[in-house]
Design a protein around this ligand. Sequence first.
Ligand code: ADP
Ligand code: MG
Length: 246
Amino acid sequence: MVRKLKVAQDNAWLKLYGPTGRVRIWLNAAWNFLTHCLGIGVLRSPAHHAGADAKTVERRRLAELKRHGARVPSVLGEGKDTLLLTDLGSTLASQLRQNPDEHHRNAMVARVARAIADVHRRGAYLGQAFPRNITLRGDDVGFIDFEEDPGDIMSVAEAQARDWVMFSAGVARFYRHRENDLAAILSHAARDEAHEVRLLVAGTAHRLSFLESRWLRLRSTAAFRAAIRAMRTAFASHDRREAMQS
Ligand SMILES: Nc1ncnc2c1ncn2[C@@H]1O[C@H](COP(=O)(O)OP(=O)(O)O)[C@@H](O)[C@H]1O
Ligand SMILES: [Mg+2]
């Protein structure tokens, strides 16, 4: 649970880390088995910690990311299973919803994509790179929500690839019928990503292509299918160009 507060005139966020239900643990296990069967291991879920453990993971990850130069909240105070965090501004999700203009949306998504690539260039990774966990204040991109650590169960390259898949899937609903725009943004931002990361994203998008078959083309998966097409173009074309040039 998260609550917005005022601390010495400034906004702040009090985050309370609750228990983890049994259902959540079983769903995690089932999801991880499914990702294994589908060969999309970068999408497996790390353990969902509860209470004080979750707080410890989030505090550790915030310190790691700060050391790597990422813009994350500072810790103003803490209790047994709570953290009081500085405010980084409104989320990319709410700003995309409020701004229907395509050029404006492209500019925001491109700025955030460059910030993700910067984090990766410094050897770090995010974790849940969805638009609701990314903030934008002017030109500053911030990242929040680190109570899970994909690094517990996968390599840095896999965790970085996972960031791109989550980010692409998260913004794709604003790019239905415009996935070429999204592909161009991703392709540009991720042009210097490690070869292994590019291959993992392209491979994941390729493995998920079955969702585009006529029988599975459900309305509910339309945005995700746009993300798959954008990732396939953005993360594969570069390697193909490289191969043709050599
Ligand atoms: N430091 C922060 N700066 C700005 N917004 C925040 C901050 N912390 C939380 N929020 C807001 O609260 C929401 C939930 O917080 P989050 O840390 O993502 O917890 P949860 O685990 O519940 O998703 C975010 O999507 C964002 O809208
Ligand atoms: Mg969140």
